[in-house]
Design a binder for this molecule. Structure first.
Ligand SMILES: [Zn+2]
Length: 247
């Protein structure tokens, strides 16, 4: 009777061990199988890029950033005086005639209105608190006030502020509040891989430094809102680089 009892004990221990191992394995797999997705901490960005084509040398590239750029600083008393000395939009370099798409669903406020960025422009109200303004367009957009547009719909063709199509063709893109008094950084509202886009670009990537506060407003994302007609934000006592004529 001893031998069968030992076999029974061995069998019992082996089953017990297997059960314990199974429980450990189940325990390990539970958190990944049944755990809830981590809470979304970042706010979803409501808008898409203004071009359907991917970026590249034959399509479009990121040009001048929004905000406290060196170019805006140097031209704060002329081009950018209305926006507190900031570049109050985003420049996207593109050959003339590149199709521009709406950042989001919305209603056209108007084409060729008093919104700057000659020779042609377009303003769309997205009815989510934001409006988008597309500037330096090639021609008057074929849309009129009140027209409904869908996100991704072609709404205009890109042009050149000098109307030459070979000097500095680009889209100047602004995001304004619904009251049309505030400009904000489009990068924080358009869903795109901005860090990668910023690796290649044409000009104006640098941000002006105030040597008295050298880390202020130095990244893509950390740029101040601009208030139309507000005082200069970059009248620095110790600017770097120093101001120089248009570049
Ligand atoms: Zn611009």
């Amino acid at each position: 009777m001893t031998a069968p009892r030992r076999v029974g004990l061995y069998f019992f221990l082996r089953c017990g061990l297997t059960a314990v191992l199974l429980l450990i394995l189940l325990g390990m797999s539970f958190p990944t199988t049944f755990a809830r997705e981590p809470a979304q901490t970042a706010q979803a960005k409501p808008f898409i890029l203004p071009f359907a084509a991917p970026p590249g040398p034959d399509t479009w590239l990121l040009g001048q950033m929004y905000g406290n750029t060196t170019g805006a600083y140097s031209n704060r008393r002329n081009f950018y005086a209305a926006g507190q000395g900031l570049h109050f939009g985003l420049d996207l370099s593109a050959p003339c005639g590149t199709e521009i798409v709406a950042l989001g669903d919305g209603v056209v406020v108007g084409a060729d209105g008093p919104w700057g960025s000659a020779p042609h422009n377009l303003l769309i109200n997205h009815e989510n608190g934001w409006m988008s303004m597309y500037g330096h367009l090639l021609e008057t957009p074929k849309l009129k006030a009140g027209d409904r547009v869908r996100q991704g719909q072609v709404v205009a063709l890109s042009g050149d502020p000098d109307s030459t199509c070979h000097s500095r063709p680009h889209l100047h893109l602004e995001i304004r509040d619904a009251k049309n008094t505030k400009f904000v950084n489009p990068i924080n509202l358009i869903d795109a891989d901005w860090d990668t886009l910023a690796l290649v670009g044409q000009f104006g990537r640098g941000f002006e430094r105030d040597l008295a506060a050298p880390r202020q407003w130095q990244t893509l994302y950390d740029q101040p809102d601009g208030l139309r007609g507000g005082p200069f934000l970059n009248e620095y006592p110790e600017p770097w680089p120093p101001a120089f004529p248009f570049r």
